[in-house]
Ligand binder design. Structure first.
Ligand code: PLP
Length: 385
């Protein structure tokens, strides 16, 4: 007689093969290929999230993040989630219903900022520019003057357009207007110069799977003193329990109070990623990204292809390449993927069907990848031969 009073339904009992995936070269807007050392670190055995050995590792991650971001900010932590989680954490914590916020929208991620800020009750105002352009100091000053926002949100490296927003003097401007500067550094951290303290950025966030080459699932965040002051003076509770930094502070700070279980192995991975950044050194790393991209841009010219963004504002970690007249972008992408195991992406929004997006991020920013991509692109579209 059966001990089970229910009949087991086997209709979903899929018999499937052991996991195997194609060996892709990930040259799109992210994820980039994980560095082998990072994958190895992630396979390390578990410890508890309050184990003294893990607490030590948390301190190391925070310290290495401060190096990568060039900041002394005490509150510098990895958020459990992808870049969008760290992005949402910034809006959830720094905005209260009715707060005015000004966002620079010149690409897909500016629009996502607008969406998030609105969901937390922010009164959102926008500065707008075509996709691929950047904002001038004068435009930003005029926006601050007109709207008097409590927060200005900008995307440093717009992954949807390949443009790099100059940030050097904007922090000073924001202080003049008593406004917090919040910056998306997802596609710049670890690949393109970012100076959180020097540039007076009050809050920043990033992701793991772009120039840091750690798989997606963990996302750096940093708040300076002015952002923390805003957080402390909130009248309402942070409207997102999981991303409430006032609670997470006790876990990443000295009290070590449980909030949620840290994704242990993702932290192993991020630690190794940041160790690799520190080993190479920021200057060498930024220079490598620039040199490899310039080599790519020259190669594109040589086969008759053009970049969408003017050279002055072109992002070393992500290039938008104009799709030539008469060529179907998606067919080329499919060919690269199916015949050569290379992933690149198409455009979004204003740039849909107009550009390809090519990422040369971190570990993937190497000349041999450029040579391979140029050759296979040429084959796939039949140009320049
Ligand atoms: C990738 C990206 C994000 C979002 O990160 P996810 O890891 O996809 O959640 C945010 N901003 C920019 C600029 C990005 O490139």
């Amino acid at each position: 007689m059966s001990t089970n009073i229910f009949n087991i339904n086997d209709s979903h009992r899929l018999q499937t093969k052991q996991l195997d995936v194609p060996p892709r070269l990930l040259l799109g807007p992210g994820p980039s290929n994980a560095h082998p050392r990072i994958l190895q670190a992630m396979a390390m055995r578990q410890i508890g999230h309050l184990d003294p050995a893990f607490l030590k590792l948390m301190d190391e991650i925070q310290e290495l993040l401060r190096y990568a971001w060039q900041t002394d900010n005490k509150f510098t932590i990895p958020v459990s989630g992808t870049g969008s989680a760290a992005m949402e954490a910034c809006f959830a914590n720094l905005i209260e219903p009715g707060d005015k916020i000004l966002i620079g929208v010149n690409g897909y991620f500016g629009n996502r900022m607008v969406d998030m800020a609105g969901r937390y009750g922010g009164e959102v105002r926008q500065l707008n520019r075509s996709w691929g352009e950047v904002f001038t100091m004068e435009e930003i000053r005029a926006g601050l003057e007109k709207h008097r926002p409590g927060v200005l949100g900008l995307v440093h490296a717009e992954t949807s357009t390949g443009a790099c927003q100059p940030l050097e003097d904007i922090g000073n401007l924001c202080r003049e207007y008593d406004c917090l500067l919040l910056v998306d550094t997802v596609t710049s951290l670890g690949g393109v110069p970012v100076f959180i303290d020097e540039w007076k950025i009050d809050a920043g966030y990033s992701g793991s799977q772009k120039c840091l080459n750690c798989p997606p699932g963990i996302a750096p965040l940093t708040f300076g003193e002015r952002a923390l002051a805003k957080l402390r003076s909130r009248k309402s509770k942070v409207a997102n329990w999981y991303l409430d930094m006032t609670m997470l502070m006790s876990y990443w700070g000295s009290e070590r109070t449980y909030h949620h279980t840290a994704p242990i192995n993702m932290n192993y991975g991020l630690r190794e990623a940041l160790r690799i950044v520190a080993e190479e050194g920021l200057e060498a790393r930024w220079q490598r990204h620039r040199e490899v991209s310039e080599f790519f841009w020259k190669g594109l010219r040589d086969i008759g292809l053009e970049c969408h963004v003017v050279a002055e504002h072109r992002l070393p970690s992500l290039t938008t390449v104009k799709i030539p007249e008469g060529v179907d972008g998606k067919t080329v992408q499919k060919k690269l993927l199916n015949e050569f195991n290379i992933e690149i992406a198409g455009g979004l929004g204003e740039l849909a069907d107009k550009v390809w997006r090519v990422g040369l991020m971190g570990y993937n920013s190497r000349r041999e990848n450029v040579v391979l991509l140029l050759k296979t692109l040429q084959t796939a579209i039949g140009v320049g031969d």
